[in-house]
Ligand binder design. Structure first.
Ligand code: ATP
Ligand code: MG
Length: 231
């Protein structure tokens, strides 16, 4: 297995938020991580990225142990984060965001092929990112992550604030990623996107994985969706 997370536990200043979380993810596969507000999805993503230190458990990527490493070391090991709320720099231009991200050129993703996926970034090249629409900022956040040529992409609610048509574009983009062998962990509240993009689903409830299923199984199981997600 490419990514192996085992018994991962973490939280903030003495309060444990995620407990004993274990899952695996293969290259080119997409796992959808669902859960109510406050379930611990962002905390799990931040722990994988080294932004919240784990208090127990292991993370291994392609056999390399990552738990307890610094975020820059984890990024260099091939992990990229598309954070919740996008976290772009409003005063930096699209050009500045993408040239900074492309500092260490990799084999697969370049600024030019980013333009093929997101032509709007070419049209907005000289604009400050703060003046882009929410959807455009989300594309910028994804392009920035891809330009590091990651092997594993963590996306934290990328559909948040996007128009429905852009949610479909997002699903297409994730399909391009996985076709290139990238592993994707997708945190979502938008079931439509999670169902379109993921072959497996895990549901986080109060910091632990309360349910796992194939997407096809999960879609049929409305009782579980209702119990764990309230939908
Ligand atoms: N920086 C922080 N310091 C202290 N507690 C935090 C911090 N960030 C989150 N928490 C707490 O951790 C718990 C899980 O929050 P988290 O942001 O991981 O949930 P989430 O599943 O991503 O929710 P949402 O769907 O709303 O984004 C919540 O109780 C939250 O209050
Ligand atoms: Mg969150």
């Amino acid at each position: 297995m490419f990514l192996r997370v085992d018994g991962l536990t973490s939280g903030y200043a003495g309060s444990t938020v995620i407990r004993d979380v274990s899952f695996t993810l293969d290259r080119g596969a997409t796992l959808g991580l669902l859960g109510r507000n406050g379930a611990g999805k962002t905390t799990l993503i931040m722990t994988l990225m080294g932004l919240v230190p784990p208090t127990a458990g292991t993370i291994s990527l392609n056999g390399v142990p990552l738990a307890g490493r610094r975020p820059d070391q984890i990024a260099r090991a091939g992990v990229a984060l598309v954070p919740q709320g996008r976290r772009i720099w409003p005063t930096l231009t699209v050009a500045e965001h993408l040239t900074l991200a492309a500092r260490r050129p990799g084999p697969l993703w370049t600024v030019d092929n980013m333009f093929d996926i997101f032509p709007v970034l070419k049209a907005r090249w000289r604009q400050p990112a703060g003046r882009l629409s929410g959807g455009e900022q989300q594309m910028l956040a994804i392009a920035r992550a891809l330009l590091t040529n990651p092997a594993l992409v963590l996306l934290d609610e990328p559909s948040e604030g996007l128009a429905p048509s852009l949610v479909d574009t997002m699903a297409d983009t994730l399909a391009i990623l996985t076709a290139g062998g990238v592993a994707v962990l997708l945190v979502e509240q938008d079931l439509h996107l999670a169902f379109q993009a993921c072959e497996r689903i895990a549901v986080l409830d109060k910091g632990t994985i309360a349910h796992r299923a194939s997407t096809a199984e999960f879609r049929r199981d409305q009782d579980t969706a209702h119990r764990l997600l309230g939908v």
